[in-house]
Design a protein around this ligand. Structure first.
Ligand code: COA
Length: 534
């Protein structure tokens, strides 16, 4: 296995400039992160505390085993998507260790619009459930939610991937034998009430927890009955009369302790130890930010990245001398073996075939796949079309689609067009997907899109015997470029849950380690590929 040696001078001027340029990307993400972490704001948090309740983040941190990491999903979800600020889409979600077991956690944030479900809150809850399903994990729902955010009901209620699928998933996951524990830590109305009602086992907190399908106002409007929240659906009702809840907690802290105890009854399912001895790379991952070129049009040197991500900077490269615009090979991350694919130029027919073959090999040997996107797309032009690039590219997309080993995607640079598909973009089911702050993703680059649309416009005008001046063409292009820049940004992507997280390059190894460890706990599935177009 070859050791990757760096050719970068980490004390040089280019390195310094790259680092400086990266800082701008990092700062843009940090600003969005700060708003997400502010939850519903100081006033709402103070009110929440005055009711004797812990915030969603406080609940999660007290649920977790002390000192263990939390792999957060969708922290930037909802950022600047709706008219209201909806920090983290009103929900904290992720994977963490509870009594030595890796579990999926979903916690409603009642300081954000009463913890109601916006369309992205629904998407985030479903995403957390999907991660639990794929990795065969137990789930904890810390519920404190007014149910559907009513003004947007048509965007979150009636369709296939809307609110109902959360409840369908709870039932299906239970049937799969995946434990789901709900903790009622606030007023849980309508949809909020179905989560504890559908879960296997439910804890409710005295005085603050309520479960009801319709709140006191609705009951009065519907039947004329006047009843207060606790009498309608408090802990006394549900642990003594209805049996909708199974355990009675005196406060949030006690409730979290009971959830931990319930989970500890399950046979230990701590992630297994990695099969190889973990080892740091020879080169510091903190140097990655100096390797990402300040000019986004310059490619990121693939092997320099791998030298700072893989254990011992070691890579057993597959077909090193052929199809060189993609680097494929096996290595390890903190002792977990991975088959890694990283772009080193546009995808040609040879690179696509090589990647498809490599994916086939890893799938047969049960080696998880890691895709590091740095791709403008497949090569275009007469020669390449005649050479069947569409057919060869399709082989790679087929392999990525059908492979059943755990797949992970990290966008380290651009991820454009069909290149995104071939490199296991969101639609291809990576177990986890992240973006570096400098990365961008869209159907094509802004400049290319502006040029394509200008050419289309010019052709239309030519039919009318008119032409665009250079000034008009530029005025036409500028807003297209700008829209692409905004909408391909990691904050825009993460706000819509196109990716699970935006991570700093130096955090890539620990982030992937937790992902690989959680995937290792679930039995692998057999891969059956479709017809490869030879
Ligand atoms: N849809 C839209 N907005 C809602 C909402 C809902 N279901 N429930 C609450 N909100 C909004 C409130 O208008 C308020 O907005 P504002 O901050 O802009 O004023 C914010 O969420 C917080 O609500 P508030 O009532 O002030 O907070 P609370 O902590 O005292 O109570 C609830 C929170 C959720 C318990 C309470 O608002 C409630 O019972 N809401 C109705 C829930 C319901 O009937 N849902 C049915 C869904 S099918």
């Amino acid at each position: 296995m070859a050791i990757l040696r760096t050719r970068i001078d980490s004390g040089g001027e280019a390195f310094r400039q790259n680092r400086q340029a990266y800082e701008t990307h990092r700062a843009a993400v940090a600003a969005a992160r700060e708003k997400s972490l502010a939850a519903g704001g100081e006033k709402a948090i103070a009110l929440h505390h005055s009711r004797g309740k812990l915030t969603a983040r406080e609940r999660v941190s007290r649920l977790l085993d002390p000192g263990t990491p939390f792999l957060e999903i969708g922290q930037l979800a909802g950022h600047e998507v709706y008219d209201d600020p909806v920090a983290s889409a009103g929900m904290v979600a992720g994977l963490g260790m509870v009594t030595g077991r890796l579990v999926s956690i979903v916690a409603n944030d009642a300081t954000v619009k009463g913890g109601t479900y916006y369309p992205l809150t629904v998407k985030k809850h479903i995403r957390a459930q999907q991660i639990a399903r794929e990795n065969k994990l137990a789930s904890v729902y810390l519920v404190d939610s007014g149910g559907a955010f009513l003004p947007l009901q048509d965007d979150l209620f009636p369709d296939e991937h809307h609110f109902g699928s959360i409840f369908r998933s709870i039932a299906e996951m239970s049937a799969m034998g995946l434990p789901q524990v709900a903790a009622v830590m606030g007023q849980c109305t309508a949809g909020g009430a179905y989560i504890p009602a559908m879960s296997d086992e439910t804890v409710i907190v005295r005085d603050t927890g309520t479960i009801y399908l319709g709140g006191p106002q609705l009951v009065q409007a519907a039947t004329g009955e006047v009843v207060d929240a606790q009498r309608l659906g408090g802990a006394e009702v549900h642990t003594r009369h209805s049996a909708v809840a199974d355990h009675h907690a005196i406060d949030d802290q006690h409730c979290l302790m009971l959830v931990r105890e319930i989970l500890s009854r399950r046979p230990a399912s701590a992630p297994p130890a990695p099969p190889q001895r973990p080892e740091p790379p020879l080169y510091d991952p903190a140097e990655l930010v100096g390797i990402v070129p300040a000019n986004p049009r310059e490619p990121i040197p693939a092997r320099e990245v791998l030298a700072r991500i893989l254990d011992g900077s070691r890579l057993l490269e597959y077909r090193e001398r052929w199809g060189q615009s993609i680097v494929c090979g096996t290595g390890a991350i903190n002792g977990w073996p991975v088959g890694v694919l990283v772009n080193d130029g546009v995808l040609f027919s040879e690179s696509a075939q090589k990647a498809a073959n490599f994916i086939e090999i890893c799938s047969q040997r049960d080696i998880p796949l890691l895709f590091l996107h740095n791709i403008s797309g497949f090569m275009v032009g007469e020669e390449y079309e005649a050479g069947g690039i569409a057919r060869h590219g399709a082989k790679m997309v087929n392999a990525v689609s059908c492979s059943r080993v755990p797949k992970f995607s990290v966008l380290i640079g651009g991820s454009y067009g069909a290149g995104n598909f071939a490199m296991c973009g969101r639609a291809f089911g990576p177990r986890l997907m992240a973006m570096w702050p400098n990365a961008r993703t869209s159907v094509m680059g802004g400049e290319q899109a502006a040029t394509v649309l200008t050419l289309v416009r010019e052709a239309q005008l030519a039919k009318q015997g008119r032409a665009m001046t250079a000034g008009e063409a530029e005025a036409f292009k500028a807003p297209i470029r700008e829209a692409y820049e905004t909408r391909s940004h990691p904050v825009h992507a993460a706000a819509r849950l196109w990716v699970d997280a935006v991570i700093d390059p130096a955090d890539t190894r620990p982030w992937l380690t937790l992902g690989l460890a959680s995937a290792a706990a679930s039995p692998s599935q057999e891969t059956r590929f479709g017809v490869f177009r030879m």
